[in-house]
Design a protein around this ligand. Structure first.
Ligand code: GLN
Length: 279
């Protein structure tokens, strides 16, 4: 490429097939500017890109054309008003998962001395959003991936949010602990689902969960009952067509008030229930 202006670089990427918004966000990244600063691009359309910015932008454009999530290219993602650092060690946090956080917060609105845990925390998104919204709560987070925990604890430190991290599988590292809420966005895609090919940049262990996508949810539902306080909630994100199956799993395990909540597209995406210990 010869020397391009800001406006020419944006149209070059669009000619290659990048949506305008993606091109703008990646251009801002190459220029070292904030992702929401699109007004700057419009005001500086005639500025020449320096060689370093041009190389960074060309590389970012190729990565995006190869379907890599923007969050991995820019190294960050907004979740529940927090800026998280993310990379290929963890799932790219989805805006739909914010509905799970909102649900957990509303269930816990009247709970004092609140104890919550996020299972399979990845970047730390859910746990950090919960701690940010309820600074009074004791929040723990678990992940089986040591790599994910490095990133999640760095996010916690940078954001000044005191979450306690545990390495292990689901509730295994939390023997003896009970919670008011257990919250999780576990892997839930069926292992032969064609959709996985579109998610090839993300860790498979954060996405796929056996033949029907429910293997991990089954384990969590089974283990959760030993880790909930009386009236505690288990709240799970799941696939677009799994609400009924997860309701059945919770009902069979003895959960009550079993119900589902929609995501931003109106699809039942989260299901949960309450654990009442028999008196
Ligand atoms: N929601 C993601 C997707 O299908 C999957 C995330 C997950 O398995 N927890 O795009």
């Amino acid at each position: 490429m010869s020397v391009l202006t800001v406006a020419q670089a944006a149209s070059w990427a669009q000619t290659l097939g990048l949506p305008r918004l993606d091109a703008q966000v990646l251009l801002l990244h190459a220029l070292g500017r904030a992702p929401h600063d699109r007004a700057w691009l419009l005001a500086h359309g005639d500025d020449a890109l320096d060689a370093a910015a041009q190389t960074t932008f060309a590389d970012a454009t190729q990565r995006r054309l190869n379907t890599e999530p923007i969050a991995y290219i820019t190294g960050q993602k907004e979740f529940f008003g927090l800026t998280l650092q993310v990379d290929k060690r963890v799932l790219d946090p989805r805006a739909d998962t914010e509905t799970l956080v909102e649900w957990a917060l509303s269930c816990m609105a009247d709970t004092l001395t609140l104890e919550m845990v996020d299972l399979g925390t990845g970047s730390g998104a859910i746990a950090l959003a919960l701690k940010h919204s309820r600074p009074d709560a004791a929040v723990r987070a678990v992940d089986a991936s040591a790599d994910a925990l490095v990133l999640a604890s760095a996010n916690a430190k940078r954001l000044g949010l005191a979450v306690t991290f545990h390495h292990g599988s689901w509730l295994a590292p939390l023997n003896g602990h009970t919670f008011d809420a257990i919250v999780s966005n576990p892997p839930y895609v069926a292992s032969d689902d064609a959709h996985l090919a579109e998610l090839k940049h993300e860790p498979l262990t954060a996405l796929a969960s056996g033949a029907d996508g429910l293997d991990d949810i089954r384990v969590i539902v089974r283990e959760a009952v030993r880790h909930l306080k009386p009236n505690g909630w288990l709240l799970l994100e799941h696939g677009f067509d799994q609400a009924q199956a997860v309701q059945t799993l919770l009902g069979n395990q003895g959960f009550v008030n079993v119900q589902s909540r929609p995501d931003l597209a109106g699809i039942l995406r989260c299901t949960g229930g309450q654990w009442k210990t028999v008196k």
